[in-house]
Design a protein. Sequence first.
Length: 566
Amino acid sequence: MTAPGWYPDPEDAASLRYFNGEQWTGERQPAATSRIDEPALHAASNGLATEALPVYRTDAHSTEALPADPAATRYQPPAFPSPAPYVDPPPAREHSAPLPRVEDPPPVPRRRAARSARRRRRTIVIAAVAAVLAGGLTGGWFALHKSTSATFTFEGKTIDQAGTTLRQAEKSLDATVASRHGVKSADSRCYFAVPQNAPKGTKKTDVDSALRCGPVLFVDGDAARTYLTFPLTSTPAGGGAVTLTAAAQPINAQPGLAPLGYILRRPDKRSEPSGAQLTVPAPQTAQPNTLVAADLGNTTLPDAPSNALMVSLRGGVRLTKAGPIERFGTGDAARSAPPGQQLIAFSYTPVPGQVANISPGSSQLGVSVNGGALRRLPAVKGTQVVVVAVPAKARAEFVLVADGVRQSLALPTGAPGTTNLAVLRRSSIDATLAVNQPITIKFTRPGSVTNLAGTLTVTHALLGYWTDDGKHHASNGGRALLWMDFRFQAPHQTNETGIDAPLLRLTPTGGQPIAAKDVDPTNRVFAVFDVPANFTKGTVTVSGTETGNPTISVITPVTFQVSVPN
């Protein structure tokens, strides 16, 4: 058992520290004020029993015992206390006075010789024991000093259980890497950061206020930056020491470089691994059939074709970008394609409809796979795009369902579906006309005939799938309704009248004549032509007879050209 006493401070070479027989206390004093190399002081301070030892004067011819010096007491080398974790034990101190050299004395009287021999034997035994103890303690000191850990301080105070601080942080490091789909090496660990040049007024053993742990890498990381930073908090410990606790989460989302101007150290003296090469991990796989709004990071999408449009009566959408992608999202949120599926990303923007500019609602837009049920689109924000995971050979479509028509665009090509309204994909659907021609119309009633000479005017032509009220539409998605504002006015009449559909014909350039039809069953006249959706030019003829009461006949037919840009 180690006796209580003052021993060299294992944490500060310039100080002594008191050991109470069981553990180090917080009591310290400067080494210069204590003569610990004098065994008498050791014995006195430790309360040890003393025994006067003979002191010999030795020359070449004789050995003579000098009177016993009360101050020269037997020194019993202390058994040093077991070191606390990562704290160097105190070195053994030898007696400062050299042991006397023992030589064979000359013959002396029997009584004196017996006494001298006895004393000589005691001296030899004491010298042997002291040499063994001193050698053993010294050898034990060097062995312990060589194998034990370094000392660390924080703001000048000893760190209690420094190794425990690192082990706790390494558990947090492992949990962080696992939860974030990161990678680490077998040599990944945590370190205290010690300044290469300690600031004035601080100890050289003071550590920084954060641990550096690595090497580790995460998705979208930099292979040259592999250290996470875990901040430390300190709480008082016994004997003036402090306990450091690392935060459960690092302060940096992506690892950084090892701190400049610092050396990474551990109590076990393990150094940071050299040449450790980690590969940036790939993103985790997305859930099968994923449909999300996501950022693409550095991934870019190609532009969609200009005709990738779906337009309805009151609004529509244009596919702006679309293409297959390997992954979406950034950092921990990044995901790759599920097994057996491909990822398709696309973006879109609202466009005006035929008669209004109302963006389609979320219930009108979606994605369909192989003609299946419509899956509603997620709401996108900022630069996000829509990402959908579909089977590798499946047919995916971007769908608009509005005003009774289901339209679609193939993904990722943007090709329009067969039921799409082709006329509303045109860049132009109207034209200005300047028709102002004389015309004579005959009205025949039983017993009377009236000829009215007047003027036919036409100022506007419009193509569309629906009539303006939305009640009537073309025969199919590949056709369109062409409407013109025919007006007949006779002299002395204050009101204009329309031209009935039976008197109107349109002959597309290179095509067959198309008769107009009246889509308004009331007394109003609403004559339209059902034409190909790609109609651009044709000839309109006003002629013929409409039976009824009265019968209406065109006496002087009128023809004119109509042209609507595509």
